[in-house]
Design a protein around this ligand. Structure first.
Ligand code: G3H
Ligand code: 13P
Ligand code: ZN
Length: 310
């Protein structure tokens, strides 16, 4: 049991045709819910921390909670920086003991993206840390990640090959139609599997990453709607599409919004049913259970990573 890099996990996932879930963490209940699920499924696991999460919880708390999770669970876990926007934050996380960082310079022109990514790779690799980078841009709005539809663009397969060769990264996040948040498609959900197929063929054996991969399951949207404010028009990536991607070189699938929905639905339900409660444990307990249920479902039915812990 330890904090590990994703190198071995991705190798096994690629060969086995499954993906590792990378779940965003912001507080203790979220971490515990995810850990309970991974433990029950004996699954390989990536816990990822965004800049927004670091700001919310303060870096030291999240790091110590993840260390506690490793000790308590006996699992090997990757601690990953999600969407590091510059060299500085990546360096900080490497220095803080993360085992994986993402440099997201996908908003910069190609050559600039390469330059910044290479700088992070040099520093991270010198410290035994692996690097994910992004080429192409996902649409979507979250706390620290905000890209309008008109600024989004799919990954060019030839550029992907050049990018991987010139930067020396360990995994590549690609844009094939997913987006961040709860509003992913206006009409019929569609991912560009042809593009994924070409990228996989041009980069055989190389681990690809899918961001914006929540499925925004209707039953959770309905629960949120039933017990509180409406989330009209929410739509996610159908789970069968994620299973298909996991069989085609996608080794890491990022999930945050589905955890947010599960947690929020549980808390809203609790307060509708017990309006007089004011002990946080009374509503954070069910929220933690809801996270566990969601993650266990993903591991078993979507990612296919049960019984893969190292
Ligand atoms: O892709 C972004 C993650 O879902 C994290 O979102 O920046 O609101 O923490 P955040
Ligand atoms: P979702 O918003 O679809 O959960 O995506 C999360 C993500 O990509 C984190 O990097
Ligand atoms: Zn993302």
């Amino acid at each position: 049991m330890a904090l590990v890099t994703s190198t071995e996990m991705f190798k096994k996932a690629y060969e086995g045709g499954y993906a590792i879930g990378a779940f965003n963490v912001n507080n203790m209940e979220i971490i515990q819910g995810i850990i309970e699920a991974a433990k029950a499924e004996k699954s390989a696991l990536i816990l990822q921390v965004s800049a927004g999460a670091r700001k919310y919880a303060s870096p030291i708390y999240l790091k110590k909670l993840v260390e506690a999770a490793v000790q308590d669970s006996g699992l090997d876990i990757v601690l990953h920086l999600d969407h590091g926007e510059n060299f500085e934050i990546c360096k900080q996380c490497v220095d803080d003991g993360f085992t994986s960082v993402m440099i997201d310079a996908s908003h910069l022109p190609f050559e600039e993206n390469i330059r910044v990514t290479k700088e992070v790779v040099e520093y991270a690799h010198a410290h035994g840390v692996v690097v994910e980078a992004e080429l192409g841009r996902l649409a979507g709005v979250e706390d620290a990640v905000n890209v309008s539809e008109k600024d989004a663009s799919f990954t060019d397969p030839d550029q992907a090959v050049e990018f991987v060769e010139r930067t020396g990264i360990d995994s590549l996040a690609i844009a094939i139609g997913t987006s961040h948040g709860a509003y992913k498609f206006k009409g019929e959900p569609r991912l560009d599997f042809e593009r994924l197929d070409i990228i996989t063929k041009k980069l055989p054996g190389f681990p690809l990453v899918l961001h914006g991969a929540s499925s925004v399951l209707p039953e959770f949207v309905e629960l949120c709607n039933k017990y509180g404010g409406e989330i009209p028009g929410a739509q996610g990536v159908p789970e069968d599409m994620l299973r298909k991607a996991a069989k085609s070189g996608v080794c890491k699938i990022n999930i945050d919004t589905d955890l947010r929905l599960a947690m929020t639905a549980a808390i809203r339900k609790h307060f509708v049913e017990h309006p007089g409660d004011f002990d946080p444990r009374k509503y954070l307990g069910p929220a933690r259970e809801a996270i566990k249920g969601m993650v266990q479902h993903k591991i078993r039915n979507v990612l296919g990573s049960s019984n893969t812990s190292l």
